[in-house]
Design a protein around this ligand. Sequence first.
Ligand SMILES: [Zn+2]
Length: 174
Amino acid sequence: MRKFAKVTLIQTKELDTSSELSLLGPEPLSPLFTPQMLKSRLLLRPNGKIKSVLMDQRIVSGIGNIYSDEILWASGIHPESRVVNLPPSQIRRIHNAIKTILALGIDFKGDSMSDYRRVDGRPGKFQHHHNAYRQTGKRCSKSKCLGTIARKVIGGRSAHFCNSHQILFQNTLN
Ligand SMILES: [Zn+2]
């Protein structure tokens, strides 16, 4: 069974040494989260597929299935690209998209496509702004792109991506 959340009460003075928090990757909306930090975190799993690595909470905190689909759509990167094959320019694109998409998710007060609700019980509105997640079969909404949104299971999760503008980065030596 997948776990969506956990609530733990920790004293402020024990935050830094909490075993629960020390397992989590950095908070991507922190000013300390630079492209260089993203690169070094991703390279902890160099042969991983970028979608699976982005969703790994030990690598970066807070990115799940919906946001990883939207981040990779915005970056123009195919979810099966392996970390080691991504050039620095593409890491910067992902970094930029992480900041933009997560901030957008917060602006729209979360994503209630499924059962997420705000503290007061009202739904968020980010689900009305998906370009990739669960858009299977629809024309890509990126300007001038003629692609269609495809779906494929990657690492046990459904990935949704444009079959045209999201590029699969591969090892050019093979
Ligand atoms: Zn497209």
